[in-house]
Design a protein around this ligand. Structure first.
Ligand code: ZN
Length: 314
């Protein structure tokens, strides 16, 4: 079968890394060795180029089969684990950062992930605790869940377990964001997990970001608050999300940002016109598909986990 990744240009999408010191292994995280191995394979099989070359060719409209490296979400583990490998291999990458990660109280998403990875032996134990609190504190919603959970929910994703599907249904369809956070925060409190104690372990500092830019990597936009569904927000809220993020990146790096990636891969027509207005020239999606008709702000990406599977690296 022909490798569809050979005949198009795309970004390699990376998020979490682990080591033996500060960053514990979690769902989808990779260590320095595997990252090195992965980059070796990518540069052997595909046309891996530096971020600035990718950007220049993109602006000239002359990309054919180039591949670049992208890292999302302003994570400290990228600075600690991935950056030294990039340096060793002499490759520059895109870092897409959201502003609130650098503020005193970042969004809870990363804290919840860290909590799940460090306070439970496995994900099933986490689900057990989560549903216990849910049943106790949100009786009405629990009844709704019991009465309305469709047995075939998400069963087109065969890798999800029964509890994965139930949890996602409760989180996304029954509780919604605010009530979900309430339950999670209660769980954090019960186990004495303190967000502020873990902030510097999870997120880069502004100095880190300045280093990244000074080392020759490209820093781009990823919104202010990292909404999970920015495509459902109004034009003015989206404008605020990206304008603030633009000013933040510009003030830290002293370079006008011209690239970005869409948080959770979500966007709509308003997003695209806002990004054009801000002078953004290159945007990345979070998925890849053979027949997708791309625009300058919709360049596809392949998740590292798919390539690791494809090359049988673990
Ligand atoms: Zn993101």
């Amino acid at each position: 079968m022909e490798d569809y990744l050979l005949n198009q240009s795309w970004g390699l999408m990376l998020h979490h890394f682990h080591d033996d010191i500060n960053h514990k292994k979690g769902q989808g995280s990779i260590d320095a060795n595997l990252f090195k191995k992965l980059l070796g394979y990518v540069s052997e099989k595909y046309n891996l180029v530096n971020a600035d070359q990718f950007l220049i060719k993109h602006q000239k409209g002359s990309l054919t089969n180039e591949v670049c490296i992208t890292l999302d979400d302003s994570l400290k583990c990228q600075y600690d684990v991935a950056l030294p490998i990039l340096k060793k291999m002499g490759v520059s990458a895109f870092f897409f950062v959201y502003t609130n990660a650098f503020k005193t109280n970042p969004e809870s998403l990363e804290f919840y992930r860290d909590f799940r990875n460090n306070y439970f032996d496995n994900i099933e134990n986490f689900y057990l605790e989560f549903f216990k609190i849910f049943m106790k504190t949100n009786k009405k919603d629990f009844k709704i869940y019991k009465e309305s959970y469709p047995e075939n929910y998400l069963n087109n994703f065969p890798f999800y377990t029964e509890n994965d599907r139930k949890f996602r249904f409760v989180r996304d369809k029954v509780l919604g964001h605010a009530k979900y956070c309430q339950i999670m925060d209660k769980l954090l409190e019960e186990k004495n997990y303190c967000k502020s104690d873990n902030k510097d372990k999870l997120f880069m500092s502004m100095d880190n970001l300045k280093d990244i830019s000074d080392y020759g990597h490209i820093v781009g936009l990823h919104s202010t608050s990292h909404p999970t569904c920015i495509d459902e927000m109004s034009y003015s809220s989206q404008l605020q999300e990206y304008r603030e993020n633009y000013n933040f990146v510009y003030s830290v790096t002293n370079k006008k940002p011209i690239s970005m990636s869409h948080p959770c891969g979500k966007y709509n027509k308003s997003t695209i016109s806002i990004l054009h207005e801000l002078g953004i020239k290159l945007g990345f999606r979070s998925s890849i598909s053979k027949d997708f008709k791309r625009s300058n702000l919709e360049v596809p990406r392949e998740d590292h986990s798919n390539l690791i599977k494809k090359f049988k690296l673990i």
